[in-house]
Design a protein around this ligand. Sequence first.
Ligand SMILES: CC(C)(COP(=O)(O)OP(=O)(O)OC[C@H]1O[C@@H](n2cnc3c(N)ncnc32)[C@H](O)[C@@H]1OP(=O)(O)O)[C@@H](O)C(=O)NCCC(=O)NCCS
Length: 228
Amino acid sequence: MTRSDDRQPSNASVIIRLFQTSDQLECQQMIKLFSKELLNQITFAFLSTLSCYVAIATVLVSAAALLWSLWIFVVFAVVFVVVVLYPYFKWRSTVKDWEFSMLKTDFTESNSRRMWVAEWNCRTVGMVRLDQIGPGVAELKNMFVVPRCRGMGISKKMLNELIRHAKRKNLQKIALFTTSIQTSAVQLYKKHGFKVVSKGGSFLVAIQPLQRVDLELDLDLVDVQLHL
Ligand SMILES: CC(C)(COP(=O)(O)OP(=O)(O)OC[C@H]1O[C@@H](n2cnc3c(N)ncnc32)[C@H](O)[C@@H]1OP(=O)(O)O)[C@@H](O)C(=O)NCCC(=O)NCCS
């Protein structure tokens, strides 16, 4: 939503329709909002979880340095950079790269791509896209609803539309990835039958506050009645 409007949208007044070229600018603005929100969430998640790790580690390392050697501090600093700071900056740069590439993407429909937007009062307030990535398999991308319109069932409507389309195209599977801090999104997907197929990875990844979460929906198991 770019122009100001004091009215509160309602679920019934929001329509889900296919992307049109004229939506490109508003979708780019949503991508920027999405990226900014994600960067803030990443920073918050790292700061809150890791301040706790750092407090514990500092006490232990200080005790060890007093008992053995000050070199322990150097080792601690290196471990801190590798385990804490490196993934933080890596995640940030991944999000920025993603934003950069998304801003250059033309969302116009093609054989393998379809995009839906949620429209309220002539404004685009949500988006989601489905890209076919292999035989029978498509990837869900760019699910976003502007903050003011959240909690009204808009993403549910868009997801239903997307699943209906996937069933019509006889796809077998919808895959997507998100992160462990995007809890609303994870709930949304699970509610629609998506199953977590992988989360995190190694021990070092598991202690990070932010993990990649891969989900898949087996379309053969989807109750068509629920979504049609
Ligand atoms: C995730 C997001 C798309 C949900 O959109 P929304 O229109 O507010 O969601 P809906 O109102 O349709 O709710 C659908 C379901 O999502 C889940 N959900 C939505 N908001 C939630 C919240 N704050 N906490 C927990 N679950 C939530 C619930 O399961 C809800 O179903 P219910 O209302 O029957 O419990 C939206 O919050 C968003 O754009 N977030 C930022 C971008 C993002 O994380 N995108 C996902 C990228 S993979």
